[in-house]
Each structure stands twice: as C-alpha cells, then as structure tokens.
Design a protein around this ligand. Structure first.
Ligand code: AMP
Length: 306
C-alpha cells in the first residue's frame, strides 16, 4: 500500500492501471476506522482492481469547532488496517492540498441538503460534504465510489450531485454495520462514556420499535413515531428528530403505503449520533440489530455481505 498526500502523486500512481483498463474504486473516509469503514473497503477490494481510500477530516463540514477538535484521529492505526484490508492507495492530503489559498467554489445540492441533518446542523454541512466529495471524485476519478447507508442523507446528496454534474462514477451504498446491541458503528462512538454508551443503544431500539409497529400492521406515522419515541424517552434520550420519511426525497410521509425510512438523531453525552432503518411493510426482515443480539458469526457475515 502506498500512502500519498498530493493529487499529483495519486494521479501519477493511478495513470498506469487506469490506462490498462483497471477498475478503480474509492472509499472516502474521515478515518478512525471501524468495521463499518472496513466493510466498504472489503467490498471495494472484491469489486475493483485498484482500491483507493481517502482519509481526510474535512474541516468545512463541522458546524461545531469542538466536534472538529475532538474528532478521533489515528493515521498510523488506520494505515495498518487499510494495508491489512488490501488497500492500494491511502490518500491523506493535508488541508492546504484540498483547499489551497484562494479556494472559492461550493457545490450545493438543493432540496435534499435542507432537511433533517441539513436543518439541524445548518445548510453549510451538506454544501461542505458535496464540495469535498466532488473534489475527491475529481482527484481520484474512480469507476465506483462506496458510501454507507448509516449516513443515508449524505449518500442521497452524493447520488444527486453525481447525476447532476455528470460525474462518471457509480455510487454504491453499503449496509450499516452495527455493534452486537444494534448501535451503528461510528468513529464518534469512541467518545461515549460508559453510561452514554448504554443510553446510545436506545437509538437502534427506537428504530426496531418502528419496524415492529409497521410489521404489526400500523400505518399511521404518528402512532409509529410515538412507539419509537417512548423507547428513546424511557432511556432519557431526547432526540433532535425521529421521522418517517420517503427513502428517495426524505420528505415526511402521511401514511405508510410503501417503503419508508425511519431516521433519528440525538445527542448522547457530548456526542451527536444519527441512525436510520429502511422499513418495507411487505417484508419481514431483521432490522437495527433485531432481537438485540448478534453473534460474532452473524456480525462477520453481515460485514462480509458488504
Ligand atoms: P466517515 O469516516 O464517518 O465519514 O465514514 C466514511 C464512510 O463510511 C461513509 O460513507 C459512511 O457512511 C460509512 N460508514 C460510517 N459508519 C458506518 C457503518 N456503521 N456501517 C457502514 N458504513 C459506515
């Protein structure tokens, strides 16, 4: 594995394999790798001849200075995990390589960027994500780029910008990898105290409550939401939002008459957590760590699937 820090070095390395027709895959990350990241990397490894992982903690997408300062960073550990997973290039540019003096362009995806996370973190969050991902897609020029369902709104924003800007990459969205109690893996989980960690498990429980309500025939979003909310409030979690929305537009649904996305965001201790679950009223399938427990084997199978 080569660790590269400049666009010129990266393009130089990729020119040969690309002209030989190799499929190039990109996994954009902000580092502090966990099994969620590794599931994306493993899938890219299976589907692509050349795998590039970018590791860039994008300062512009943090709406709180304290969140950026506390964001976990461990490049040495990440590099070891990436090498072990068979990554070809770990692209870790310094901030000045991505935003040189005089940088003045913003990519902004209307509509999708304005709701849920956009409404709570501020519109600038997704503008910053859209801008940095557009730049990464132009720097690496991958055939396939891999993102996680965990950040579903981000994935939708990126799909939209790839379509709108005619970027020649295919976007693949991989399933959320969870801890045994259902908590979605996240680099920020490392910042949870022991008691916060117990409270955090209320988020996947709330999503499971919504799935159960739909499976038992409930079709009224308000009734489903109130069952989910009682899981949260009984654990002392006051969410910023818990909504049932369209999986395509993220608009609230008036009634469940097809696939719906349950989305939740909550601050637990000093950490802001997000999670989501797609609910198909016609399908009975495990959701958000259904049953509360995943065996080690089930977890590995879940990781292997992506
Ligand atoms: P991040 O480093 O948090 O920006 O995440 C990098 C990529 O990994 C994004 O596409 C995320 O959606 C994805 N990701 C983060 N957590 C998970 C998870 N638990 N399961 C699957 N993908 C994830």
């Amino acid at each position: 594995m080569r660790v590269v820090r400049t666009v010129a070095e990266l393009r130089g390395g990729l020119a040969g394999p690309r002209s030989a027709g190799s499929v190039v895959g990109l996994v954009p990350t902000m580092g502090a790798f966990h099994d969620g990241h590794l599931s994306l990397i493993r899938r890219a490894r299976r589907e692509c001849e050349v795998v590039v992982v970018s590791l860039f903690v994008n300062p512009t997408q943090f709406n709180e200075a304290a969140d950026l300062a506390a964001y976990p960073r461990d490049e040495r550990r990440d590099a070891a995990l990436a090498a072990e997973a068979g990554v070809d290039y770990l692209f870790t540019p310094p901030v000045a390589e991505v935003y040189p003096t005089g940088f003045a362009t913003t990519v902004s995806v209307a509509g999708l960027s304005e709701t849920l996370e956009g409404a709570h973190r501020g519109r600038g969050h997704f503008d910053a994500v859209a801008t940095v991902v557009t730049k990464l897609l132009n720097m690496v020029a991958p055939d396939i780029a891999y993102f996680g369902q965990k950040d579903v709104q981000q994935a939708l924003v990126i799909k939209q910008l790839v379509r709108d800007l005619d970027l020649p990459a295919r976007v693949e969205v991989c399933p959320t990898v969870r801890e045994p109690d259902g908590l979605a893996m996240s680099s920020r989980n490392a910042l949870l105290s022991e008691s916060d960690r117990v409270q955090a498990a209320a988020l996947p429980r709330a999503l499971r409550a919504a799935v159960r309500a739909v499976r038992s025939g409930e079709r009224d979003p308000a009734a489903i939401r109130s069952q989910a909310m009682s899981e949260l409030t009984s654990s002392g979690v006051r969410p910023e939002y818990f909504e049932l929305v369209s999986p395509d537009t993220l608009s609230p649904v008036a009634r469940i008459d097809g696939e719906v996305l349950a989305v939740v965001a909550a601050r637990v201790g000093a950490v802001r957590l997000i999670d989501n679950e797609t609910i198909d009223p016609l399908l009975a399938r495990p959701a958000a760590g259904d049953g509360g427990e995943h065996s080690e084997q089930e977890k590995l199978e879940c990781i292997a699937r992506c």
